[in-house]
Structure formats: C-alpha cells, structure tokens
Design a binder for this molecule. Structure first.
Ligand code: PA5
Length: 357
C-alpha cells in the first residue's frame, strides 16, 4: 500500500496527534474565561467532527465537575440557559448553522460565550465582541482537527476549574509508542489499525464502548462513515444490554456483521462481565469480534489512545476500499441546500454579522 497517494492528507493531519492535543490545550488554558463561581452550568455545542470533543469532555468530567455540563448538537439551547450559563461553541469552519444559531440564542439570553474555530462567522463574532476564544489552524477537514478542537476545549474547561484534562506524563510514552506503531509503512504493517481495517473493509461494524470510551465508540462510528464511507453503528454498555443485545442473539448471522469492543485496563467487574457476555453471544452466532485494548492508565490517555486507533483504522479502511477518505461532498451539498433556506443567514443577522458575499 502506498499511503502517499490515497489518504496522504489524512495521514499527514494525524502525524502530530498527541502534540496537537497538548499544544491546543496549552494555548486554550491561557484564554481568560469566567471562573467556576460565575457560572451555574456549562453548555458545549458543536456538530460532527466539531461536536465529538464536547461529548468526550462531558464524559471525562461527569464524575468530577462542580457544575453540570450539557452537550447540545442541535439548533436550540435548553430553556435554563441564562446569564449564569457559559456556552462554549466549537465549529471548525465557523460556519455551521446549528452552532451559529445556538450562539445567537445564547447571545439573546445574555449567556457568557466562548468559541473555538479556525475562521468563519463564529470567529468573526468572537473577535468583534472580544469574547474568549481559541483559534485553531486552518486547512484540515474538521474531523481531522479533532486533537486541536478537543485539546482546546479541554484546556478551556480545565482553566475554568471544571476538572483537569492535562495529559499525564505517565501516558505520554504509551501514546507515542502507539502513534509510532500506527504509521503507514510502504510494505504494509501489522499494527492494530491496519489489522482491523482488513476486516472492517467488508463489514458494517458495530462498535461498543462504555464510560469515557463510549464517546470514542461514537467517534469510530463517525470516522468509518466519513472517512471509510461505510455504515457503522455505535452502542453503549450498559444500555445496549437492555435492547441491542437481543438482536445479537437472534436470527441468522448477516453478511457484514462485525463486533468491535473498546476495552480498558481495570474495568469494573460488572463491565467486564457485560463485554464477555456480549462476546460469547456474538461468537455463538459466528460473528467475528475485534477487541481494541489500551495500556494507558488515565481515562484521558485511554481516550486519546483509542481515538488514534479508530482514526487510523478508518483511513486504512478507506485506502483498502480504494476510496478517498478526505472529501465528504454530500455534507457540503446539504449545507449548501440549507443555506438557501436562510437559517445561517438569520443566525448571522442575529449575531450582528454581515451576510456572506
Ligand atoms: O467531519 C466533518 O466534516 C463534519 O462532521 C463537520 O465537522 C460538521 O459538518 C460540522 O462542521 P464544522 O466542524 O465546520 O462546524
């Protein structure tokens, strides 16, 4: 496989994965933000590749944050949003209409607002209103900017005092070894991501995760959709044990069935039992199972490690299927169609920004 042709830009974007997280974290940690005493709740908004960082942050801080953190992936904000709320909006392009509309509502409710963007209306608004913001470098696909977007958001919430999402030194070596093992080699590689891709290329994978690895499962699903251009599903443990599990036990095995389990060290006994039960059920129907493990010790390290494996696996899957992982024209077409309806325009107007020329 020659990655310098298909997927080269994605591999390039992933070449500084952990450093991107750390650099963005450090830069965002310097942004002047309200302190925890000035806010009653935090709302994190963003769509697709720009929203998954919010899902990760919420899952990582759920047990420790002194303030509720709510993730919104839609146009509207919860009714409770008021001047004691902090709304942090992330949009890589800065032009996503759901996110802009939410920011317009936040402004009208008098909420405190912070932004993460590489440009567009969101960055213009943040600059014009002198709002706290973290600009990220341009020229990537939004989803390929995840370490930058996630690192920026992690830096912001850590500065506010909602938790500490600085990467622990003890995980740095594990992550850098993993990153090295994922690199494309001209003669092919025996690493997890490529090994997984060889099976995933012919399948409709179901990725199962729990706790802080549940958002990682959602990211794998989205990366297989967008990079590999295949259907995929993500299911959370324990919730899936109360519904999806039934389907694993019934009916003939279907072509393309593949179970991927995202595991971590020191799983609680009840979690291990659930994964093992699911694996046995799937195996009895002849469904192949892939397990992605991590050696990282902290929840954040485990997320970054498993994110890298999924991201690389999705690009390898694209390359093996001979499709270009980068373009997602259909998303662009939808955004264009929606522009004609004018909600983005309305959001701009409510934000006091000129219409795009
Ligand atoms: O990965 C992608 O290209 C999409 O999922 C985008 O992230 C999504 O459409 C939102 O756009 P943006 O990230 O520019 O706000």
């Amino acid at each position: 496989m020659n990655p310098t042709v298909l997927g080269a830009d994605m591999f390039q974007a992933m070449s500084t994965y952990v450093k991107d997280y750390q650099d963005a974290f450090k830069a965002a940690a310097k942004v002047v933000l309200p302190s925890v005493d000035q806010i009653d709740h935090v709302v994190l908004t963003g769509m697709g590749g720009s929203g998954i960082g919010a899902t990760l942050v919420e899952a990582l801080l759920r047990d420790s944050s002194p303030r509720p953190i709510v993730v919104v992936k839609d146009y509207h904000l919860p009714k409770f949003v008021n001047k004691r709320s902090l709304v942090i909006a992330t949009s890589y392009s800065g032009e996503t209409e759901e996110t802009l509309y939410g920011v317009a509502l936040a402004k009208e409710r008098g909420a405190q607002i912070a932004a993460i963007a590489s440009g567009g209306a969101l960055l213009d608004f943040a600059n014009a209103k002198k709002l706290p913001h973290a600009p990220v470098p341009r020229n990537r696909q939004p989803r390929a900017a995840l370490p930058l977007l996630f690192g920026s958001l992690a830096g912001m919430v850590s500065t506010i005092g909602l938790g500490n999402l600085a990467l622990a030194g003890e995980d740095e070596t594990t992550l850098s070894n993993r990153h090295l093992s994922l690199q494309p080699r001209l003669a092919g590689a025996g690493d997890d991501a490529l090994r997984f891709a060889e099976q995933i290329r012919h399948s409709r994978p179901v990725i199962v995760g729990e706790a802080h690895l549940w958002p990682v499962a959602q990211r794998w699903k989205a990366q297989f959709n967008e990079n590999s251009k295949i259907f995929a599903r993500a299911e959370p443990i324990p919730e899936m044990n109360h519904n999806d599990l039934v389907a694993w036990a019934h009916g003939p095995r279907e072509k393309g069935d593949l179970l991927i389990q995202l595991r971590r060290p020191r799983e609680p006994n009840e979690v291990r039992a659930r994964f093992e039960f699911l694996a046995t059920t799937a195996k009895e129907r002849g469904v192949p199972i892939l397990t992605s493990d991590t050696q990282c010790r902290t929840p954040l390290g485990q997320c970054l490690d498993q994110l890298m494996v999924g991201d690389y696996a999705s690009v390898y899957t694209a390359v093996l299927r001979n499709v270009d992982p980068t373009p997602v024209e259909i998303i662009g077409s939808l955004k264009k169609r929606l522009q004609e309806q004018g909600l983005a325009k309305e959001a701009r107007k409510r934000l006091g920004l000129p219409s795009p020329s």
